[in-house]
Design a protein around this ligand. Sequence first.
Ligand code: FES
Length: 285
Amino acid sequence: MAADIKQLEKKYVGKEVEFRLLRFAPDKDRAPYFQSFRIKLSQGMTVLDALMRIKETQDPTLSYRKSCRMGICGSCAMQVNGFPKLTCQTQVTELNTDKPIEVRPLANFPILRDLVPDLRNFLKAHESIKPYVIREDAEELDHPTGEFYQSPKELEKYLQFAYCIKCGACLAACPTNATDHEFLGPQALAAAYRYVADSRDQGLEQRLEAVDGPNGIFRCHYAGACSEACPKGVDPSLGIQLLKREILKYRVGAAHKKPAPLAVTPKGLKRREGIPLPPEKTVGQ
Ligand code: FES
């Protein structure tokens, strides 16, 4: 392994590579254009590192987003050689460095400047699906008197969808979004399923208006590109299909799952029916 890394370093460190970056300043450019920069690769360099090097040493006006630099915040998603990727997680050595490496802002988003996409509609779509647990007993939510217990099996139903970091890569890959910019998009739809599948939630009916409109869930043709693009291993296309099933069940009148009501234990604690409370004392106490 150490020998492999040494070989890679020998091959790449110090190599001069061309980056073709999309540039666009709406206050002075009539249309986007490409500009090339050449930089020498250093050890472990990511595409984001390369952009930072270009900004530091060649053009301080280059604009892009970044924050955590460790694949958590989702800010740095861009099209790298045509594919949506987190640039902080994309090693330059993964790419063909004999050709220019092309970096554009995420596809299917308007451009604010250079490599910065306008995420406002994307975030509005996310907000529209009410991304929080909805309960009929609102009083309990506002003034909680106990906890809602959830079994590992119940958690498993939505857990992967909770890993979404809202980077926008799924939307950039989606062929429906490419032709219908009003389409709600895979991120918002998978997020809607994340809550609908949550055993504590009772909000399917309240989410229908956003999810089941003319630009909503049934515009998804199940291309699956969103799931291939997700850098966190979320499978939005699966979530969308499962949400379609929940909506159809609701439409034909099958009772939508409702969390069991809270029950008061002899100790005054509350729990949902069927889910045991944790032991009062842990072993060794
Ligand atoms: Fe946060 Fe890349 S900078 S995910």
